[in-house]
Write a protein that binds this ligand. Structure first.
Ligand code: NAP
Length: 257
C-alpha cells in the first residue's frame, strides 16, 4: 500500500502504460481518476480497477482542450478536495522525416504531447501549491536523448517535455512539489502495435529488429513503466527532483555490438 489514500489523476489512462499504471496505483491504495479522450477505453479501465477492489472514476477529456481540462480538474477537486499525484501520460506518435510531415500533423503532435502536459499541470498546480505537496510525473521518452529514424515531430515533443520538467521543478520546488520525467524505451502497447502495422510491410520482422536495439534483447512491458511511475509517485522518491528516469532496456546508455 505505497499510495494509500492518495488522489491520482492519470491522463490517457484508458490504454497502454497509463492503464497499467492506474491498475498498479489502485492496488497500492490510491484513488484513481482515469482520463482519456476515448470513452469506451476509459470506462473499461475503471471497470477493471473496481472489479479488483480498487477505487476509480473516469473523466472523459481531450488534454488539448482548455475548458475540458479546467472542468476535469475542478470536478476532481470538488469531489476529493485535492490531487496528490498528476501523471501527464497522454501522448500520440508522429512518424516521418521532417520534410515528409504535413503541417497539420506536426501541430497535432505538438498539441497533444506538449500542450497536453501544460494544461493539466496549469490547473492542478495551484491546488498542490496551496497544500505545499504533490508529485507530477511527465511522460517523456528515450527519443529525447537519442536520434531515432523517422521520429522528428515526436522526438521534438519528448525533448520539450524533458526541458519543461526541469523548469517546472525549479519553479515549484519552494511549494514542495516534485516534478520528474519518465523516459521509456520501446514498450509493447497498442501505440507501438499500431505504429508497427502502419509503418512496416512485415510488422513481426520489424519487431524482431527493434528488439535488437535493447541491451535486454527485448522490448518492455507497460508494467515496467508503471513500476517506475509508482516510485516517482510515492514518497520513496522524495529526494528525486527534476530527474529523468530511464526505463529503456539500455537503449540510451548501452551499445549493442
Ligand atoms: P496508448 O496505448 O496509445 O495510450 C495512450 C492513451 O492516450 C490512449 O488511450 C489515447 O487515446 C489517449 N489519448 C490520446 N490523445 C489524447 C488526448 N488528446 N486527450 C486524452 N487522452 C488522449 O500509448 P502508450 O504506449 O501507453 O503511451 C503512453 C505515453 O507513453 C505516451 O505519451 C507515449 O508517447 C509515451 N511513450 C510510449 C512508449 C512506447 O514504446 N509505448 C515509449 C516512450 C514513451 P487514443 O488511442 O484514442 O488516441
Amino acid at each position: 500500500m505505497r499510495l494509500q489514500g492518495k488522489i491520482v489523476l492519470i491522463t490517457g489512462s484508458g490504454s497502454g502504460i497509463g492503464k497499467s499504471t492506474a491498475l498498479l496505483f489502485a492496488k497500492e491504495g490510491a484513488t484513481i481518476i482515469v482520463n482519456d479522450i476515448d470513452g469506451n477505453k476509459g470506462n473499461q479501465a475503471v471497470e477493471e480497477i473496481t472489479s479488483l477492489g480498487g477505487e476509480a472514476t473516469f473523466i472523459q477529456a481531450d488534454v488539448t482542450d482548455t475548458d475540458s481540462v479546467k472542468k476535469m480538474v475542478q470536478q476532481v477537486v470538488e469531489k476529493y478536495s485535492r490531487i496528490d499525484v498528476l501523471f501527464n501520460n497522454a501522448g500520440i506518435s508522429g512518424i516521418g522525416e521532417l520534410h515528409e510531415i504535413e503541417p497539420d500533423d506536426w501541430d497535432r503532435v505538438m498539441s497533444v504531447n506538449i500542450k497536453g502536459v501544460y494544461l493539466p499541470s496549469k490547473y492542478v498546480l495551484p491546488h498542490m501549491m496551496e497544500r505545499k505537496n504533490g508529485s507530477i510525473i511527465n511522460m517523456s521518452s528515450c527519443v529525447a536523448e537519442i536520434g531515432l529514424a523517422r521520429r522528428a515531430s515526436y522526438a521534438t515533443t519528448k525533448g520539450a517535455i524533458l526541458a519543461l520538467t526541469k523548469s517546472m521543478q525549479v519553479d515549484y520546488a519552494p511549494y514542495k512539489i516534485r516534478v520528474n520525467a519518465l523516459l521509456p524505451g520501446t514498450i509493447l502497447t497498442p501505440f507501438v502495435e499500431k505504429y508497427l502495422k502502419t509503418s512496416y510491410d512485415n510488422p513481426e520482422e520489424a519487431m524482431e529488429h527493434i528488439k535488437t536495439r535493447q541491451l535486454s534483447g527485448d522490448v518492455g512491458k507497460p508494467e515496467d513503466v508503471a513500476k517506475a511511475a509508482l516510485f516517482l509517485a510515492s514518497d520513496e522518491s522524495k529526494f528525486m527532483m527534476g530527474s529523468p528516469l530511464y526505463i529503456d532496456g539500455g537503449v540510451v546508455f548501452g551499445k549493442n555490438a
